[in-house]
Design a protein. Structure first.
Length: 305
């Protein structure tokens, strides 16, 4: 007989999983370990005065703002994991978007923060979140997703992801090209090292955003799911960037009249981005249809003969 996950509450999509073919999301213990490590790492960054060493004040406040937002998403991560285990496709994609943010966040801190007692916690979070993201994407059943996302509009998200990816690439390359021509790039990191944000964005975030846009245009079966995950991650990133302004103001960094207008522009830009990302995520949630079969496979590859 077929087995089923516990049925979702009224109003959520029912998901039937067939014995021998169905897979389950990451177990609660996995999410619990990630949550505990995040609380420890963000608590250290927010409470300890020299948690980030003697970096420039704006960079320090950027990391503290990032800590505050990351800590705030921990309950959402736990809730999404529970909904995914209960059979919710929405919960699974939300969980993947949040662990994508954690992988991005802690890759940044592992590479960019001066060595501290939190180093191994940063690396552990990078590894766990990265593996969780890979596992959750690779095991998606594309046939089930095709039915679920049949009515989801693709072009608005495709255009947004393409423009966002190309815009970030243009911003960073305008700095980097100056250095390649013999000048001094802006936004260099500690001791003149390349900025970790350049590396992560150019090697990972930008290609994934543009790749998701291309998948949507080509109507690839995985396009809507990958786009949803990237949009959730970008929404959290926008929230973290918006949090930089109050942290910087509280630290007295806006006292310079020439700096305050930059914070205003920064806040307006990321507010608009957050609104667009939130709307695109909600549009996908409302238009996603019911999933009547398994949406997660048991493993990454088909079994050999």
């Amino acid at each position: 007989m077929p087995t089923r996950f516990p049925q979702p509450r009224t109003g959520e999509e029912p998901t039937t999983l067939v014995a021998g073919r169905a897979g389950a999301p990451m177990p609660p213990a996995f999410t619990a370990v990630v949550a505990v490590l995040v609380v420890a790492a963000t608590g250290y960054g927010l409470v300890v005065d020299d948690a980030y060493g003697s970096v420039e004040p704006l960079l320090e406040q950027t990391w503290r703002a990032q800590d505050a937002v990351t800590l705030a998403v921990v309950p959402l991560l736990v809730w999404a994991g529970r909904r995914a285990r209960a059979g919710s496709l929405y919960g699974h994609l939300l969980w993947l978007g949040l662990v994508m943010w954690l992988a991005y966040c802690y890759a940044h801190l592992s590479l960019g923060v001066p060595f501290s007692v939190m180093f191994l916690a940063y690396v552990a979070l990078l590894g766990l979140a990265g593996f969780g993201l890979l596992d959750g994407l690779v095991r998606l059943d594309l046939d089930a997703l095709d039915r679920a996302f049949a009515r989801v509009p693709r072009r608005p998200a495709a255009w947004f992801l393409l423009v966002a990816g190309l815009g970030i690439a243009t911003l960073w390359l305008s700095d980097i090209v100056v250095g390649l021509a013999g000048g001094t790039p802006a936004n260099l990191h500690l001791a003149g090292l390349p900025n970790p944000t350049w590396v992560l964005d150019l090697a990972w975030l930008i290609p994934m955003s543009i790749g998701a846009a291309v998948m949507l245009w080509r109507r690839h079966l995985a396009g809507p799911a990958v786009a949803a995950v990237v949009l959730v991650m970008l929404l959290v990133l926008s929230a973290a960037m918006l949090a930089v302004t109050p942290f910087a103001v509280a630290a007295g960094l806006a006292d310079d009249p020439s700096v305050l207008p930059q914070f205003v522009v920064f806040s307006v830009l990321f507010t608009l981005l957050a609104i667009a990302e939130g709307w695109l995520v909600l549009a996908r949630t409302r238009r996603t249809g019911e999933v009547s079969t398994s949406w997660l496979r048991t493993g990454w590859w088909a079994r050999g003969r």
